[in-house]
Design a protein around this ligand. Structure first.
Ligand code: NAP
Length: 302
């Protein structure tokens, strides 16, 4: 059996088209488009490329996008004042501070200064609490877990009553996706187990999974024999395992592998995400969805 591929690259296109259409309709009705600001401190090349991608995607779906670049020596007080300015700006619905920040700035203090109603990353403690409560309390589910849930739903995988096993318990992937899958509601209502380095028999847990979500950051951690035949496997891991020369550009690019032995796993699973091209493209996509939601909340129609 060869698993059905769940492609983030395809699902991203569907969702971005849906967002573009909604933005257009809202603009016609309310004369307003969602505003997203990205604050970049310094000139870390990886941060620049992440910010550029976010801004390009925001532009593509018709948002007002603002890239606010600040010098690496900006003081913490000035950065907090900048956030305060965007918190008060009605044309801005989402505020992103690109991490990492320079060492003289307290990251936690800065992130917690973002108005929770503009925290489209969903990492503010208020939004973490809202996610935990679930239902209509949830405003901005964090983007990677939201992307994972969207992929499972759009792939037509039944979640109600499913055994979901999550490998990893980070605050950005493992814990929130586990929490989301156990909520009572559509696309969830599952029985959830979370495994980690303290787990005694990881293999036994994984073998029970109807939906196996792996976010450990360890290439090839999940062996094909740990996969239940027909299971849905979501591989969140992105591991650089070497370099190659791109056929397109002639430049050196990273060779990426997931946490699952994809070639063998696809012969056992019912559906599976590849790496790259699986979960990866979903994160920025869901960031756009959260920013659109933010404007709808502001307009009282969310
Ligand atoms: P993280 O903060 O390092 O957390 C990894 C989790 O996996 C921890 O809970 C850790 O357990 C667990 N773990 C590590 N090795 C393990 C092992 N051998 N057995 C069992 N559990 C193990 O990582 P993260 O931020 O969640 O990211 C995980 C992976 O997803 C990374 O490869 C990252 O690059 C990728 N990722 C991709 C996207 C995307 O595609 N958009 C977004 C975010 C992350 P302990 O808690 O016990 O240490």
């Amino acid at each position: 059996m060869t698993a059905k591929l769940i492609l983030g690259t395809e699902i991203r296109e569907q969702i971005l088209e849906e967002i573009t259409a909604e933005v257009k309709a809202l603009k016609e009705e309310y004369g307003k488009v969602p505003g997203l600001v990205t604050i970049l401190v310094g000139a870390n090349p990886a941060s620049i490329s992440y910010v550029t991608l976010k801004i390009q995607t925001a532009h593509r779906v018709g948002f007002k996008e603002v890239q606010d670049s600040q010098p690496v020596d900006i003081s913490e007080a000035d950065l907090l004042a900048l956030i305060d300015k965007y918190n008060k700006d009605d044309s801005i619905n989402g505020i992103l501070v690109q991490l990492p920040l320079p060492k003289h700035i307290n990251e936690k203090k800065v992130l917690n200064a973002i108005d929770p109603d503009k925290d489209v990353d969903g990492f503010h403690p208020v939004n973490v609490g809202r996610l935990m409560i679930g239902g209509s309390e949830v405003k901005f589910p964090p983007c990677t877990p939201a992307g994972i849930q969207e992929m499972i739903v759009r792939a037509g995988v039944e979640t109600k009553g499913a055994e979901v096993v999550v490998v990893g318990r980070s605050n950005i992937v493992g814990k929130p996706i586990a929490n989301m899958m156990l909520q009572k509601g559509p696309g969830a209502n599952a029985t959830v187990t979370v495994v980690h380095t303290g787990t005694k028999n990881m293999e036994a847990h994984c073998k029970r999974a109807d939906i196996l979500i792996v976010a450990a950051g360890v290439p090839g951690l999940v062996k094909p024999e740990w996969i239940k035949p027909g299971a849905c496997v979501i591989d969140v891991g992105v591991n650089r395992v070497g370099e190659k020369v791109s056929e397109k550009t002639g430049k050196k690019i990273a060779i990426l592998k997931g946490d699952v032995d994809f070639d063998a796993a696809k012969e056992i699973a019912g559906s599976i995400t590849p790496v790259p091209g699986g979960v990866g493209p979903m994160t920025i996509t869901m960031l756009m969805k959260n920013t659109l939601k933010s404007m709808k909340f502001q307009l009282g129609i969310g």
